[in-house]
Write a protein that binds this ligand. Sequence first.
Ligand SMILES: Cc1ncc(COP(=O)(O)O)c(C=O)c1O
Length: 369
Amino acid sequence: MEVPFVDLSRLPAERDQAVRDAVLRVLEHRRFILGDEVDAFESAMASRLDCAHVIGTSSGTDALVVALMAFGVGPGDRVLTTPFSFFATAGAIARVGATPVFGDIEPDTFHLDLSRLDDIDRANLRAAIPVHLFGDVMDLDPLRTWAGAEVRILEDAAQAINGVDTKGRFAGTIGDAGAFSFFPTKNLGACGDAGMVVTRDAAIAATIRCLRAHGQTARYRHAEIGGNFRLDALQAAGLAASLSWLDGMTESRRANAGEYLGRIEAAGLLDGRLVPPRWHDRHTYHQFVVRIPERRDAVAEGLSARGIGCSVYYPVPFHLQPCFADVAQGAGAFPAAERACEEVLALPIFPGLTAEEQDAVVAGLADLL
Ligand SMILES: Cc1ncc(COP(=O)(O)O)c(C=O)c1O
């Protein structure tokens, strides 16, 4: 049996229809830039996340960039982050002219290891970007205590919409600002690129709104140099229409994760051949990422040869990317991150994945391991 890695056609048909209707309304009124749909999406998100300010952006990457700009981060500043995430996390830091500073990760959660913050040199450190990787929401209290008032916290919540921390706070609303992505395969997906920044800080929100439209304060008057970081009305309309399905889609991912764990255990794979992610009901399971300590690439190739989708997130840590060669320490600097890159494998987890497909994935793994 073939199993796709992601299949967007399995999203609820009623949700698809609601998105089509909403997009059609924009095509008919033709007010494509900002406007009512963007305002409505932002207020729906603000009340959903119980966070005062939501600013729609052109992508998750731009959400990170514009939030760092609003924090005043720029050349000469350093920003702490994980070496193990999607490229945009570190790329955004370099894009504003600052220097990324990396710390190693916790092997069991893949998160930045907050127990080792005292190893970080705080000289010119202006911000930190913790990442709620794969949808597993971090406990940011130790980072907040260490950061104090001088180091701003920007949560990269691109993969964690609807996830909550142990205190019940939504991912993205815990730090000084949170950045989200609505890339089509995200848990809340647009029909193209889209993102948002959320913040409880009115001043940061006002700066981001201004920077989002070229720093314009009045027509053709520019207080600052921003960019075009605007969310499209078409995307906002589709996203707002999808919102009522977000809880159900998140539950479906959690249920799939629980089912996988049962099957993996039943197949006897928990003897060290495979290490599953932790299970808790605050996780959004944007990805279901297992570790295969031996021969991960051969297992991935074997699954693909059987028609079973899987993917490696991420194969190269930031400190070993050629573009960061002059700022990073090189091989061996962050062993836990380097090991994760060699061992991780993401399995299909999308809403609509069937029990038979899960059986096929686990049977394939059992066979290959
Ligand atoms: C952790 C993380 N950060 C940032 C981004 C960037 O989001 P986008 O692709 O919407 O620019 C993504 C999305 O792929 C991501 O997974």
